[in-house]
Design a protein around this ligand. Structure first.
Ligand code: DAH
Length: 366
């Protein structure tokens, strides 16, 4: 017993006396190390008679926990002091020359977004936004994804530790469709809005990055129908690519939040490895999927507190970088977010430059 007291006193003196990171580490080794004082005592337990071992064992273990706590506390104090000292000593060299860029440029994502917004603005759409950190209700449930629906797992969601009001983990929105819900719950129809924004999914390859941009569209009114949807999107796709008779095809599909649902395809041909949108005379026309759309599901309208017997409308969604890649010719999506100045210099735009804007189509309006 006196052994134990003595060990305790000596150990505490060592810990308390440590004045820097090196001496607290030395104290730890002297006590808890391979042949530290406490370690030796623990080893001796094995040689004791069962009764004695039991009594002694409890005491030694309790002491070990106490000393460990004391060590951790002191280590924290000394680490903090060491960091403070380091920070006070280190200086930042502010004489570093600035980057030798003479002018900046607009990132292609911002450029294509500008062009997209301009086209929809001409059709009377306004821009709406929503949070990037979302809850299950706005990202899935209100959009008519049933609890165990496989479409949920297709989204490779990033979940956060923080919980929402219902105790479900918060998440990074996987789609801008969340803003359909927020807008319908906050505003009375008629609604005619687009939602450019960042979205997040846990995937990465040539055509997928964990963060990318989408643009959502939503129209809610009393008489909106599929014909409006088709006309609106055909006009958009033809204008954004500057091809007056670009073939646009609506192919039946499924989304939980629309009924009817369709995928939009645009026609193209291949010339070697080059993709020619609109097709080439005499070459077979191929179809490329470019976005989703549909008539808003009555359940979604009801989930937002509106009466689906009165209100109806359409929605659509598209990947923003995908459109930029097709229009400006980048082969790999990942380069958009590498921050490589050579890429930005090559693909960047000067402000308010709208390349190939089909002025004749704009002029035809009204
Ligand atoms: N939210 C869908 C996605 O991320 C895209 C989408 C499809 C949006 C159809 C829509 C729509 O509004 O009607 O895959």
């Amino acid at each position: 017993m006196s052994n134990l007291d003595q060990l305790n006193n000596e150990a505490r003196a060592l810990i308390n006396g440590a004045a820097d990171q090196a001496s607290i580490e030395a104290a730890r080794v002297a006590i808890m190390g391979k042949s530290g004082s406490l370690t030796n005592l623990l080893k001796q337990l094995g040689t004791m008679a069962p009764d004695e071992r039991k009594e002694m064992g409890q005491k030694v273990n309790a002491l070990r926990d106490e000393l460990n706590a004391l060590l951790a506390e002191k280590q924290a104090v000394l680490n903090k002091a060491a960091l403070a000292e380091k920070l006070a000593k280190e200086t930042i060299d502010i004489s570093l020359p600035i980057r030798p860029e003479t002018s900046g440029s607009l990132h292609p994502t911002m450029q294509i977004l500008d062009e997209m917004v301009a086209i929809f603005a001409e059709m009377g759409f306004t821009v709406a936004t929503g949070p990037e950190i979302e809850d299950d209700f706005h990202n899935f449930t209100a959009l008519n994804f049933p609890p165990d629906h496989p479409a949920r797992t297709m989204h490779d969601t990033f979940y956060l530790e923080a919980k929402d009001d219902l105790g479900q983990p918060k998440l990074l929105r996987t789609q801008t469709s969340t803003v359909q819900i927020r807008s319908m719950m906050e505003q009375q129809p008629p609604l005619r809005l687009i939602v450019p924004g960042r979205t997040f999914r846990a995937e990465s390859d040539m055509t997928h990055t964990p963060m990318f941009h989408q643009m959502e569209g939503l129209v809610i009114d009393k008489t909106t129908h599929m014909g409006h949807l088709k006309g609106c999107l055909m006009e958009f796709w033809r204008e954004i690519f500057g091809i007056e008779n670009l073939p646009v095809r609506f192919r039946p599909s499924f989304f939980p939040f629309t009924e009817l649902s369709a995928e939009v395809d645009i026609g193209y041909s291949r010339e070697g490895s080059r993709i020619v949108l609109g097709g080439i005379k005499g070459q077979p026309l191929k179809w490329m999927e470019i976005g989703g759309c549909g008539m808003v599901h009555p359940n979604v309208i009801r989930n937002c507190g509106l009466d689906p017997e009165i209100y109806q409308g359409f929605a659509f969604g598209m990947g923003v970088e995908r459109i930029a890649m097709l229009k400006y010719g980048m082969p790999d999506l990942r380069d958009f977010f590498n921050g490589d100045l050579r890429w930005l210099r090559h693909y960047g735009f000067s402000v308010l430059d709208y390349p190939n804007r089909p002025l004749d189509i704009v002029a035809q309006k009204d």
